[in-house]
Design a binder for this molecule. Structure first.
Ligand code: HXC
Length: 260
């Protein structure tokens, strides 16, 4: 059994690469008509070219509410509805908090937290009339924190709180909203931002009990589950897809009982 998205209308932000691209392709394969939104046309067009005519592109910055609203209103005008929204657009770089400039903080918080609210708010204006499903991509450091990611962790924690709040506000209107928290995923963006060198990469890998990175396609399968009807009674939840990474953080484990 697999998720069927026949004739569902979907928007995926950050759909020009990585998890956003894989999720857009998964939804399109399931029968959805998908728009991928992002800042750079090139990546979006590459995604669309893989989508068998079911994927369209929209260039906009999620930090710009008016631009996002225009894209979403345009989708509803063209297809009559919007059923699925994936807030995947993110910005990130690792830096000690004391070296983070106010503008660096603002850039990441604007993309992740404000951008998610902008898209969610503009989509809800339509979804609250006929139902819908929203998925926000976060990271487990939203709840456990992580050195070097104060801007991203704070923003993702805000998205988690937003998700839980809106889940309750909108449940009776037929709108579900959930989070997915992927662990280390083999994408160009994550590699460049989070494990730029071989040494970093080996260190990250050693933190994953499953002893491997995940792939955008594997994350997209979990995303499809949460977006689809099989998850129809799930709202305000987080699905962590990290090979056990965050649960394995405790340092007082007896070495004989650890995964490796
Ligand atoms: C320190 C940095 C920096 C860095 C940018 N800044 N990169 N500071 N170290 N590596 C600072 C700049 O100096 C500037 O501050 C401010 O941030 C804004 O930078 P701009 O380049 O002008 O902003 P902008 O073009 O809007 O770019 C936003 C960005 C960029 C977040 C900085 O990296 C971006 O757009 N990234 C998108 C793709 C991405 O990051 N993907 C990774 C997602 S992976 P000053 O003070 O100098 O003006 C991910 C996974 C998390 O999120 C989960 C893992 C498990």
């Amino acid at each position: 059994m697999t998720e069927d998205f026949t004739d569902k209308v979907a928007l995926v932000t950050g759909g020009g690469s990585g998890i956003g691209r894989a999720t857009a392709l998964r939804l399109a394969r399931g029968g959805a008509i998908v728009t991928v939104l992002g800042r750079r046309a090139v990546g979006l067009e590459e995604t669309a070219a893989l989508g068998d005519g079911r994927i369209h592109t929209a260039t906009a910055d999620v930090r710009d509410f008016a631009a996002v609203q225009q894209v979403i209103d345009g989708i509803v005008e063209r297809y009559g509805r919007l059923d699925l929204l994936v807030n995947n657009a993110a910005g990130n770089f690792v830096t000690p908090a004391e070296e983070l400039s106010p503008n660096g903080w603002k850039a990441v918080v604007d993309i992740v937290l404000n951008g998610t609210f902008h898209c969610t708010s503009a989509a809800a204006r339509h979804m609250l009339d006929h139902g819908g499903s929203i998925l926000n991509v976060i990271a487990s450091y939203a709840w456990h924190g992580h050195p070097g990611t104060v801007h991203s962790a704070a923003a993702k924690a805000g998205v988690l709180a937003m998700t839980r709040t809106l889940a309750v506000e909108w449940a009776a209107r037929g709108v579900r909203i959930n989070c997915i928290a992927p662990g280390p995923t083999e994408t160009e963006g994550a590699s460049a931002a989070l494990w730029p060198t071989d040494v970093d990469r080996a260190r990250v890998l050693s933190s994953v009990p499953a002893n491997r990175f995940t792939t955008p396609e594997e994350v997209a399968e979990s995303a499809a589950f949460l977006l689809g009807d099989r998850a129809g009674y799930i709202t305000g939840e987080v699905l962590t897809v990290d090979g056990g990474q965050w649960l394995g953080k405790a340092v007082y484990t007896d070495s004989r009982a650890s995964a490796r």
